[in-house]
Design a protein around this ligand. Sequence first.
Ligand SMILES: [Zn+2]
Length: 340
Amino acid sequence: MKSRRRPYAEQRPQDLGGGVWSVPVPIPGNPLGYTLVYAVDSPKGPVLVDAGWNHPDAWQALSGGLSSLGLDVSAVSGVVVTHFHPDHAGLAGQVRQASGAWIAMHENDAALVRIMNEHTADEHDDFQSDMLRRAGADPGETRQARAPRPTPPVPPDRELRDGDLVELPGRKLRALHTPGHTPGHICLHLEDADRLFTGDHVLPDITPHIGIYPFDRDDVDPLGDFLDSLDRVGELGPLDALPAHEWIFPDVAARAAQIRHHHEEKLVRLRALLAQRPAPLTIWEVAAMMTWNRPWEDLSPVLKGMAAGEAAAHLRALEARGQVRRVAGVDPVRFQALDS
Ligand SMILES: [Zn+2]
């Protein structure tokens, strides 16, 4: 499939009308290219939706982009973060330093940020090694598939829950809890303008990574949550979507339905794949059988680890639907199709 990716170099800060602006902020060394940071006007000073990656080039692009639009980063009154990932929350701390702005995010992601700030890089390594081993990766792969620990974002000043209004005098910007990509992902509905800031939840061409960490958890169902969250967004109707990557697009409900369909098909294929195998399989074996954007052998160890997280989320969703069972008491954990 041909990539519809648009390079960062072609992006420009934009006045989107109605007191909303967008600033592309580069993600150095990442094929995703850039985060779209949005500014929403308010009498107290603009509120940013997301902030971008914590890097000097990104800071330059954000502060320079805002000033090219007649906005000053020192006047920003708040930063609301769609989720804790570094390409969204990374620069929030520096914006706060420059402006005294508050930082807000959903309480579930705020809890994760606190945990991240409490753990050392060694503890992060141990957590990942153990998780990869229990997924069935061999010891060599376990060593290489560990992703480096990203610098944790700063803890927020405000925690949001579903339905909360973000402080934006004279306007209505409401948090819609859309867990899946992270447990505390939110979309932000600008109700007075029929626009939805979708973060990574609904993107026009790609779909967000949905993983489960650790892989063998059976008390959560991120993919099930994600599919429910797509339905929630669909219920808002054909709003204009302002996503955090790629480009702005119309009719968020149609795209949400398309993404749901993509995952439902993937679940059906995975269930069929498992049904062909008599013996229970490890998460690693299942990931190696699934279709990725390149052959399994060509994926780097870190990408194999992410693929395993995604395979695990699909296995867990099938388990929650009663189509797959987890074999009790084996290490590494194994899964098997159930007759249905
Ligand atoms: Zn993300």
